[in-house]
Write a new protein. Structure first.
Length: 343
């Protein structure tokens, strides 16, 4: 079922939003270029990604002005206007201190929001602290000139570029997500989004997730994480800019672990963002699904790099999972995993 679409009254127009899952915590997702809450829900990869993510939070998604089901915008919105729109959605959704997740264009907007509003934590995926570099101008202009033909698939989800069904779905998404005039307003707004000067003032817990070979260079993510005090950078293999494209389990697992860290359950209560309810602190039943998969691979003799490739995780994520497995099971290393049933 498609979640109910509601509207928040923003300072410049009505903003469509949806809520999925129960939480805690609340996670408000700030979209990239375009979105369409209801049409995207019909895309299998997008639907799967959002359902998985909502197992760990109360997920709030919205369409920015000029896109999807929200009101049009007469020109290029300023960064301050975009931040005010985000605040209107946060208030309408009843999320007084959410985790804010921004990807692509939504990254700088999320950072700006976190500077002046109560935020539990920040997640930044596939983004940078500055507008697109000049070398991207030609690619983006070509995309705009052929808007509605599905060419954004080549730029934002190249792993699916050879799939004609994905091409047709992307073309439909472009046309529904923004008209040719609106997408140019959106692109102009992207060129104004610059969070660089604000990073030194950011103090909330921050997770930066990036695919190694996507559109935005990894160096941008490294610079972003390096400029935020205490930020953690998780680098995953992949070429896709959209988080739901390609193998996305590693992204979900990184976010889930971070949410558990910044929003632990109260003593004696089950974690609302944990899909299986309350777990004991030790023993086999204390293992998460991700930890079980990693432990099973390790017990079968796979090395950490092999596990990372097979499960589409970063090698550091595999190492972290194994450390937690050893601690929960009270063992010294992988040599003691061989006697465990199913890891």
């Amino acid at each position: 079922m498609i979640p109910q679409t509601r509207y928040a009254d923003g300072p410049c127009g009505a903003l469509a939003y949806q809520v999925l899952g129960d939480g805690p915590p609340d996670l408000v997702m700030v979209p990239g270029w375009t979105s369409h809450l209801e049409l995207q829900w019909q895309m299998a990869t997008y639907r799967t990604f959002m359902r998985k993510l909502a197992r760990y939070c109360r997920l709030v998604r919205y369409d920015k002005l000029g896109t999807g089901l929200s009101d049009p915008t007469p020109g290029a919105p300023t960064t301050d206007e975009r931040v005010a729109d985000l605040h209107a959605v946060v208030q309408a959704a009843g999320s007084p201190s959410p985790v804010v997740m921004g990807f692509s264009e939504g990254g700088p907007l999320s950072i700006r929001y976190a500077l002046n509003h109560p935020v539990r934590a920040l997640i930044l995926y596939g983004t940078a602290m500055r507008p697109p570099p000049p070398e991207h101008a030609g690619v983006l202009e070509e995309l705009l000139n052929h808007w509605g033909e599905g060419r954004s698939l080549d730029v934002f989800a190249p792993s699916s570029a050879a799939d004609p069904v994905a091409r047709d779905a992307t073309a439909a998404m472009e046309r529904a997500g923004a008209s040719p005039a609106m997408i140019r307003h959106v692109m102009a707004a992207v060129s104004l989004a610059d969070a660089g000067p604000a990073l030194a003032s950011l103090t909330v817990p921050t997770l930066v997730v990036h695919r190694s070979d996507e559109l935005i260079p990894l160096a941008e993510a490294e610079a972003l994480a390096g400029s935020i005090t205490g930020a953690r950078l998780v680098v995953l293999p992949g070429v896709d800019h959209h988080p739901w494209a390609g193998h996305h389990d590693g992204i979900i697992e990184a976010i889930a672990a971070f949410l558990e860290q910044v929003s632990p359950p109260a003593a004696g209560e089950s974690g609302g963002h944990r899909p299986t309810g309350h777990r004991p602190r030790t023993g086999p039943n204390a293992l998460t699904e991700a930890e079980r998969r990693v432990a099973a691979q390790a017990a079968a003799g796979s090395s950490n790099p092999q596990i990372a490739r097979d499960l589409h995780m970063a090698r550091t994520t595999v190492e972290t999972h194994l450390k937690r497995v050893y601690l929960k099971l009270g063992i010294d290393g992988r040599h003691q995993l061989s006697g465990l049933d199913g890891g």
